[in-house]
Design a protein around this ligand. Structure first.
Ligand code: COS
Length: 382
């Protein structure tokens, strides 16, 4: 649903202020503690951020994809760990349910996901199934009116906070590829389900990824999401959408980095003048701004295309590829403009430089995006 322009602008302004005035001052502490204060999470709930993408009928804001992208562009003014708090509820953790859930499944879970009462995670990746996500080995064996799940998932975002997991598992051992995979809703309190310790990571401290282990976890048949054998396709549809959301966020982080670099370049004096007056510094600012604008245009146009109900597999992959690589270059130039200070923790630029590295890897690496873009382009004949 598209918000009217006035309501949308109010929401964007509220998120911008929240990100810059409330979240940004907490960034260093969150990185140090590797934890987001509960008071902040509650404010995110109050702003409705957990339910951006969830239909109004289930308590969400039901934003259009374009509006969701605009919101996360504003959220990009604060460090990525904050977005991750709401990321799975808005995206990969909830959208399988929105797309393929039964009415009963939606009624049971979506209102609690939309309000942020519970956190939800998406469990696709495994130790031996990363980019090759159709190779999942986690098994779901039918036993009467249950499936019995066994296996291990890896790098699952928000797993240590989650009360509900969308799990992709192999229901058909005779189908080694995508068609043998089904999706399941698995609550945290299912006996045999356990969560590993949060991994130590290069960046995005405050956002956690963990292993999720299934040891003969009995899941009722009514918790299957979609038909048997449709789990992989559903996961891909969820990722098509998620990739666009992440692209919008990359644009937001890039804009923040550009603003930080410009402020520093105006203030920092060398050779008797602000370094912003030097053309080699200006060139870096110009390149960053141009690329950020290009990514913004690609993201918003793809979002509008999606809102019109058109297929966007290719365009979402292109947006993810371009925006995630773009923000890497923008962060690199920001470190360069800050010079020595760019390398010093206190200024926070080196932290963002580390944080943005993940965007080229998760929700499909740059290599996978290129593969999807090439396949779709070849299919279309150009
Ligand atoms: N939308 C709908 N259906 C899709 C789809 C999409 N975007 N992508 C693939 N499918 C369908 C295909 O049409 C095919 O269906 P049929 O068997 O009925 O023809 C099925 O899914 C298998 O697709 P495909 O043959 O393309 O599978 P591949 O094993 O070749 O894998 C890639 C495709 C590599 C693109 C996929 O595995 C992928 O995206 N990997 C990265 C995963 C990822 O992003 N992980 C991040 C961690 S999760 S946060």
């Amino acid at each position: 649903m598209a918000l009217d322009v006035e309501t949308r602008d109010q929401l964007l302004e509220a998120v911008r202020r929240f990100a810059t005035e409330r979240l940004r001052p907490l960034e260093a502490q969150v990185a140090e503690d590797d934890a987001i204060p509960e008071a902040v999470v509650q404010e995110m709930r109050d702003l409705g951020l957990f339910g951006l993408s969830i239909p109004e009928a289930y308590g969400g804001l039901e934003l259009s994809m374009e509006d969701e992208c605009r919101v996360v562009m504003e959220l990009g003014r604060a460090s990525p760990a904050f977005r991750s708090v709401i990321g799975t509820n808005v995206g990969i953790g909830s959208q399988g349910l929105v797309m393929a859930g039964t009415e009963a499944q939606k009624q049971t879970w979506l209102p609690r996901i939309a309000s942020g009462e519970i956190v939800t995670s998406f469990a696709l990746t495994e130790p031996e199934a990363g980019s090759d996500s159709a190779a999942v080995r986690t098994r779901a064996i039918r036993d009467g009116d249950h499936y019995v799940l066994s296996g291990a998932k890896r790098y699952i975002t928000n797993a240590d906070q989650a009360s509900l997991f969308t799990v992709m598992a192999r229901t058909d051992p005779n189908q080694p590829g995508a068609r043998g995979v089904s999706a399941f809703l698995v609550p945290l309190d299912s006996p045999g389900l356990s969560i590993g310790k949060p991994e130590r990571k290069m960046g995005q401290q405050g956002a956690h990824v963990c292993d999720v282990i299934f040891e003969d976890v009995r899941v009722p048949v009514e918790n299957r999401l979609g038909a048997e054998g449709e789990g992989f396709r559903l996961a891909m549809q969820v990722l098509d959408r998620g990739r666009l959301h992440i692209s919008g966020f990359c644009v937001g982080v890039a804009q923040r980095l550009i603003e930080d670099a410009v402020a520093y370049a105006n203030e920092r004096r060398q050779f008797g003048q602000p370094i912003a007056s030097f053309q080699l510094v200006q060139a870096m600012i110009a390149d960053s701004k141009t690329e950020a604008l290009a990514a913004r245009a690609l993201v918003l146009e793809t979002a509008r295309q999606r809102d019109r109900g058109e297929a966007t597999t290719l365009e979402a992959a292109a947006a993810k590829l371009f925006a995630s690589e773009m923000v890497g270059r923008v962060a690199d130039r920001a470190v360069q403009i800050f010079g020595g200070a760019g390398y010093i923790a206190e200024y926070g630029i080196e932290r963002l430089y580390r944080d943005v590295r993940l965007f080229r890897i998760y929700e499909g690496s740059s290599e996978i995006q290129r593969l999807v873009i090439a396949r779709e382009t070849l299919k279309r004949g150009g």
